[in-house]
Structure formats: structure tokens, C-alpha cells
Ligand binder design. Structure first.
Ligand SMILES: Cc1cc2nc3c(=O)[nH]c(=O)nc-3n(C[C@H](O)[C@H](O)[C@H](O)COP(=O)(O)OP(=O)(O)OC[C@H]3O[C@@H](n4cnc5c(N)ncnc54)[C@H](O)[C@@H]3O)c2cc1C
Length: 339
């Protein structure tokens, strides 16, 4: 019996979400006798990712599908690969075609854009249900997940033979990977999987990525978000300045994104990103349920709003009823003096 963890990476490094998924998988493994953790890395020229994964303790095997068709993560190619591994209950080694028999009980990855794309396809191919966005592991077949934009938490039990899961990475502590771990001499066997044909159902056209020197929104320790109260894109400069002083990431409400103040990859909430920083600062954000759904994992929430009845104050630990155009310049000036 084994749990298959599908890694998030960019062909160079493992992404932070994978370490949270590893924690979730380890918690599931505690409820199953004699189970193994297998990490599946699907990519192209992704040797550095494999090397990094070898620094992870607790893995029994690393399966690697390193082929040109996986240069970009296309769900139409990833889903059949995972399906064949699980359906055939094992995998063929690339070189000597040795068949390793393994029975997978869980297929688990992060609830990121890519995982959300291929996991439902994997579940459909296996004719099982997919359980999305789990935030806790109750047992090997029972998980908790938010519903109604986080207003309620459902406890979901699955009787399917194979559980196909996505994990809300901010809900699980990341299994640590430090530079010291990279130095560990790993004995984890690496199995190169046989090449697969391109499904031909989709093709990568282009990626338009926002370049930023600030921390990544979902892993930043401090996040400063602006809402409609910021009034326009130029005023977001105040948040960028403050963010740079605090080494924070900048986020936004959907209203700010829809108004064109910032790019849509900064959106936080039910239909945006889920964040769980040490400190979340909401500026000119009313605190609609769909926004709050994305910030409830934050350790400390600070809200700045000139409306004392704004719902954001119901979830904030520190509430500042004030005009943001007075408060932000003051904060920036104080932090500048401290520098
Ligand atoms: C299906 C669905 C999904 C959604 N998903 C998301 C999502 O993922 N994320 C999200 O954010 N929203 C989402 N929304 C939208 C959500 O319902 C709200 O409309 C949105 O969050 C409001 O954004 P806001 O707080 O910036 O704007 P508003 O609600 O307009 O609030 C602006 C706030 O700024 C304050 N303000 C104004 N001027 C100042 C000033 N000078 N100083 C201080 N405060 C000031 C006001 O008092 C007000 O509270 C979704 C909605 C739907 C229906």
C-alpha cells in the first residue's frame, strides 16, 4: 500500500505547497498500517527537483516522468499518467521495464491551479469522487474541508477504494526542507517512468507572468491587501512602498482587481488565492465573506477602514477606524525613520 504525492514544481525547484502536502500525506499514513509515501515528479529537465526531493525524509520512492511533453503542466497529459500508475497498480521502470507492483490508496496534491486542473480528471478516470481542498485529516478516509466560502466546515468520509485529494496547503505546516536537508545523503530510490505519448488534446500557447521582487503571495509571512477603498491603481503605490519596507507581499480584493487597480493574480479570497501569513493587513477592504474566505488562516489580521461598521472588523485582531490616506503615509514615514 502507498500514498502517491504529486509534486508542485517549476522544473527547477519544489514549490512550498508540496511540503504542506507531505505533512498531510504523513498524517494520512499514520492511520494506515505498512504504507509508503511515493513522490511523483512530472516535468521536463527537472533533475534539480529530483535532487531536492531526495533531501526529504520519510519518502520510500521518487517516481519521475521527465519528458518533453511535460515541459508545461497540461492536465490532459498528467491525468492519464497518474491514472495508468494507479490503474495498473504499479509502474514500469524506463530502462529495464521491470514492473513494480504497488497499490495506491491515496493520490494527493496541493489545491493549486495545476492540481485543481488534473485531479478531477484523475478521479473521473478512476470513477471515484474527488475531495477538494482538505484542511485536516481525521482518518485515512475522513477529511475536513471548507464549504460555503469557508462559513462552514464539512467532515467528508469517502468509501472509494482510492481517495483523490487536493490539499489546502496553508492549513498544514510545511514539512521542512532546508539547505541542510539538501546535504543529507538520501537512499530514496528514484524510478524513471517510461515515456508516454502526448494526448494531443491541448497545447501550451503562452504564459504571462507578473514579475515581482516581493515575496510570493501564498507563502509570504506578511501580506498587505488593498480594496476598492484604495480608489485607483496609482494609490496602490502606497501599499507597494509599505510592502517593501516590511518585506511583504501585496494582495487585493476582487473589487480592486475588477476595477483594474492591480493584476488578477493578486486577488485573495474564494475565487482568488488563499493566504495564511503571520500578519495580514487589510486596507480599504469591507470584509465580504468571499474575501474573508481567503484570509481566515492568517495568524493576526489588522484592518484599516474608515467605516466602523465594516464587517472586516468582525474578523480582525486589530481594528483601526481611520482614513487610509492619512494612516498609510504616517506608517511609511515611521518605518522610514526606523530604517
Ligand atoms: C461568487 C463570488 C466570488 C467572489 N470572490 C471574491 C474573492 O475571491 N475575493 C474578494 O475579495 N471578493 C470576492 N467577491 C466579491 C465580494 O463579494 C466583494 O464584492 C468584494 O470583496 C468587495 O471588495 P472591497 O472590500 O475591496 O470593496 P467594498 O466592499 O466596496 O469595500 C471598500 C471598503 O473600503 C472602505 N474605504 C473606502 N474609503 C476608505 C478610506 N479612505 N479609508 C479607509 N477605508 C476606506 C469602505 O469603508 C469599504 O469598507 C466574490 C463575489 C462573488 C459573488
Amino acid at each position: 500500500m502507498a500514498i502517491l504525492i504529486v509534486a508542485d514544481h517549476d522544473n527547477h525547484t519544489l514549490q512550498a505547497a508540496t511540503f504542506s502536502v507531505l505533512t498531510a500525506a504523513s498524517e494520512i499514513a499514520k492511520h494506515i498500517r505498512d504504507t509508503e509515501l511515493h513522490l511523483l515528479i512530472i516535468g521536463d529537465e527537472c533533475q534539480s527537483v529530483v535532487a531536492m526531493a531526495q533531501g526529504i525524509t520519510g519518502l520510500s520512492k521518487i517516481l519521475v516522468s521527465d519528458h518533453q511533453i511535460h515541459q508545461y503542466p497540461l492536465a490532459e497529459n498528467i491525468a492519464p499518467l497518474i491514472f495508468s500508475l494507479v490503474q495498473e497498480q504499479g509502474h514500469c521502470n524506463d530502462e529495464n521495464r521491470v514492473f513494480d507492483k504497488v497499490e495506491y490508496s491515496h493520490i494527493i496534491t496541493s489545491a493549486g491551479t495545476t492540481g485543481k486542473d488534473y485531479q478531477p480528471r484523475v478521479a473521473a478516470l478512476l470513477d471515484v469522487a474527488q475531495i477538494s481542498d482538505i484542511i485536516s485529516v481525521e482518518s485515512a478516509d475522513t477529511f475536513k474541508r471548507p464549504i460555503y466560502a469557508g462559513k462552514a466546515i464539512a467532515t467528508v468520509q469517502s468509501s472509494d477504494a482510492i481517495k483523490v485529494l487536493t490539499v489546502r496547503s496553508s492549513a498544514f505546516t510545511a514539512a521542512s526542507l532546508t539547505t541542510e536537508l539538501l546535504a543529507i545523503e538520501s537512499q530514496v530510490p528514484v524510478v524513471a517512468l517510461a515515456a508516454q505519448a502526448d494526448s494531443g488534446k491541448s497545447a501550451f500557447i503562452k504564459a504571462e507572468l507578473t514579475q515581482s521582487s516581493r515575496p510570493e503571495l501564498t507563502t509570504a509571512k506578511i501580506v498587505i491587501s488593498g480594496g476598492r477603498g484604495m480608489q485607483n491603481a496609482d494609490n496602490f503605490e502606497l501599499l507597494y512602498t509599505l510592502a517593501d519596507q516590511l518585506n511583504a507581499a501585496v494582495g487585493a480584493s476582487r473589487a480592486a482587481v475588477d476595477a483594474g487597480f492591480v493584476a488578477n493574480d493578486l486577488q485573495i479570497g474564494q475565487t482568488g488565492k488563499i493566504v495564511a501569513p503571520e500578519l495580514y493587513i487589510a486596507v480599504g477592504i469591507s470584509g465580504a465573506i468571499q474575501h474573508v474566505a481567503g484570509i481566515t488562516g492568517s495568524k493576526v489580521i489588522v484592518a484599516i477602514n474608515n467605516d466602523p461598521d465594516a464587517p472586516i472588523f468582525d474578523v480582525a485582531d486589530y481594528c483601526l477606524v481611520a482614513d487610509l490616506f492619512e494612516v498609510l503615509p504616517e506608517l511609511i514615514a515611521v518605518l522610514k525613520v526606523k530604517d
